[in-house]
Design a protein around this ligand. Structure first.
Ligand code: CTP
Ligand code: CA
Length: 223
């Protein structure tokens, strides 16, 4: 086994992957979250590991199981924890893939006790979370960077702008128009966008196959 491993393309390389949702506390028993399952990130972790990379998988709350001796999994809850965890590793990383559905905002002052039902309306003030991908994109010495984007209108135009703003080498645009694709599903439909705004369209397929397509494009560009 060791012999085969030494011939793998990512042998000796380190890949950091964020995946899953984040949970932002409202009070001790409630949170703001989203429907991300962590499946896409887990599939990417398995694919990178099977090609020899040592993978640091930073996962928000998810039931997805990842079992590979090259995957080191770190479970986190909040966007701030995910940010801190990413930055504690990023200096030694060769490739970074940001597939997490990070909450854009968190409650500014989580209640220390359970909020009791009193008034007819209730407002919760939110504050912006740090943008993990953008923070790595602006580093001087940064890894090869893969970001994700989800748009519901003017998909390509918005995605081009996102790629530029976050300084990604590859941006994975998730289609929201395809019925079989997205949150919680086992399939996905993507368009890849590179630095020169070249686009590559892929068919709807299982997330394990989508992960292969993404990793193959990384290999084409870095090896
Ligand atoms: N992302 C991140 N940290 C955040 C928000 C997003 O690292 N606080 C990353 C996601 O993991 C993804 C990419 O940024 O790789 C794009 O996420 P998306 O939600 O599509 O874009 P936003 O920049 O948050 O813009 P908006 O939600 O307004 O479209
Ligand atoms: Ca967002």
């Amino acid at each position: 086994e060791k012999d085969i491993e030494s011939q793998l393309p990512f042998k000796g390389k380190i890949c950091l992957i964020t995946a899953g949702p984040t949970y932002e506390a409202i009070d001790p028993v409630r949170f703001i979250g989203n429907h991300s399952s962590g499946k896409m990130g887990a599939a990417l972790a398995m694919e990178m590991a099977s090609k020899g990379a040592q993978v640091i998988l930073i996962m928000g709350p998810s039931h997805v199981v990842t079992d590979h001796h090259l995957i080191q999994r770190v479970d986190v809850k909040t966007a701030q924890q995910m940010y801190d965890c990413v930055h504690s590793h990023i200096e030694r990383v060769d490739y970074a893939i940001f597939s997490a559905a990070v909450a854009d905002y968190r409650p500014i002052n989580p209640a220390s006790q359970k909020i009791k039902k009193k008034t007819d309306t209730l407002s919760i003030e939110l504050v912006k979370n740090p943008d993990i991908l953008a923070s790595v994109g602006s580093m001087n010495k940064r890894p090869f960077l893969v970001g994700f984007a989800l748009e519901t209108e003017n998909e390509l135009e918005h995605a081009f702008a996102k790629a530029k703003k976050k300084n990604t080498d590859l941006l994975v645009l998730n289609s929201t128009r395809d019925k079989g694709a997205g949150f919680g599903k086992d399939t996905n439909k993507i368009t890849l966008i590179d630095r020169d705004q070249n686009t590559i369209d892929f068919d709807t397929k299982p997330k394990t196959e989508v992960a292969k397509d993404i990793v193959d494009e990384i290999i084409k560009r870095v090896l």
